[in-house]
Design a protein around this ligand. Sequence first.
Ligand code: 5AD
Length: 348
Amino acid sequence: MTELIHKLEREHSLEVEEYRYLLENRNDNAAHLLAEKAVKARVQYYGHDVYVRGLVEFTNFCRNNCYYCGIRAGNKNAERYRLTEDEILTCCDLGYGIGYRTFVLQGGEDPIYTPKRIESLVHRIKEKYPDCAVTLSVGEHPKDVYRSWFSAGADRYLLRHETADAEHYARLHPDDLTLDKRKRCLYDLKDIGYQVGCGFMVGSPWQTAEHLAKDLKFIEEFRPHMVGIGPFIPHKDTPFKGMAAGTLEETLFLLSIVRLMLPEVLLPATTALGSIKENGRELGVLSGANVCMPNLSPKDVRSKYLLYNNKLSSGAEAAEDFELLKARMKNIGYDVVVARGDSKIKNN
Ligand code: 5AD
């Protein structure tokens, strides 16, 4: 174990079988050593700074039917909403005043929010806040659509690959969604010049150490600028309602591995992590994460963007509670900074 961790620290790479061995033999000692090395690596590149992103969940309409997701098209119990462009701009105004310099526009694949509308939205935000980064997270689209948003000023794109094993992917998604299509989008985004984020859920149904090892190898080879990793949490109105949630410990272990693999990566302590454990975010940062993404959506819609049960959107998870987040990070020796917080990984 120890030898593998040292190898990962030294070479930023392991064989798939070695990743698998690490995961299958996870224990407290190994987790401790990994976290220590992960923190050392993150401090080397980013010091004790924590970057924040204001997350605007602007529509929960979605044409897709991913089996795990609470806003899947088939969930008739979901209360649907869609913010107007002006409402989104108001969120950014509020966020800018608080200190956010990155806005993440996240939504389902909502056909009413056409590529043209998103393009104009990006234009308006960048015009008003040229010193801010705009991150889009709106699913799969043709390359020319991604290109039009990039030309309008979008800087980054989040699209989790969900699982790097095609068969596992097929068990989490209906037939019209495939790993090949997902990967195609990720390569297109990178080729266009976005800072790109991929990622996966920990403990998703039927996930094995072999699947996770493949996820790690995919990330190692793809070299994303950002990696989103959070525990799977069942949602009551989905086919996976009875499934077990992913664990805190395994998520933290994976965060540390990813930090050692890609020392310069932007790695959020995700909302899902904060939702399964009160101090999940802090534990994420202490395992190598360096980003937090508090919720900047209007308060009355926050509870409707319910990807999973008991999703947090209050306290340090709420963008307006900047001071609370700052205090909580200060408490563990980290500083929330007002900055765009770009990735130090160059596009390749
Ligand atoms: N539990 C945890 N994460 C989820 N996501 C969607 N549904 C769930 C769930 N039930 C994640 C997916 C998606 C991201 C926006 O949220 O990985 O890419």
